[in-house]
Write a protein of this length. Structure first.
Length: 112
């Protein structure tokens, strides 16, 4: 692996010293490939995902987020899962119940 990185570094140095558009383009492509490989090795995606997408850590690809464009009538976006998804609006919103509201405070009558 280190031999590949060394040869890639030499390619980048050669491309930076050259005035050729083709070698500059090759250097940019190589730089993008290195960035993509580093991102994937750290558990991210190969590319930066769009706002309507999410990164699938299993395969490293950006996938469409069904909630990104809205769920439509009778559905809502469930955010309690690792990947947001559209569910029926009648499904419970969460597994935890909200605490009851506090008791109302007594209000004293104004002095005469």
């Amino acid at each position: 692996m280190s031999a590949r990185l060394a040869s890639l570094g030499l390619l980048l140095l050669a491309a930076c010293g050259s005035s050729s558009k083709a070698s500059s383009a090759a250097a940019l492509v190589a730089w993008g490939m290195v960035g993509s490989a580093v991102s994937r090795s750290q558990g991210g995606c190969y590319a930066v995902c769009d706002a309507r997408q999410f990164c699938n850590p299993e395969n490293g690809l950006c996938e469409d987020n069904p909630c990104g464009l809205g769920c439509g009538a009778g559905h809502r976006c469930d955010l309690h899962t690792p990947v947001p998804r559209c569910v029926d609006a009648t499904a419970p919103t969460d597994l935890f119940q909200s605490p009851p509201p506090p008791p109302s405070l007594p209000i004293a009558a104004p002095p005469p």
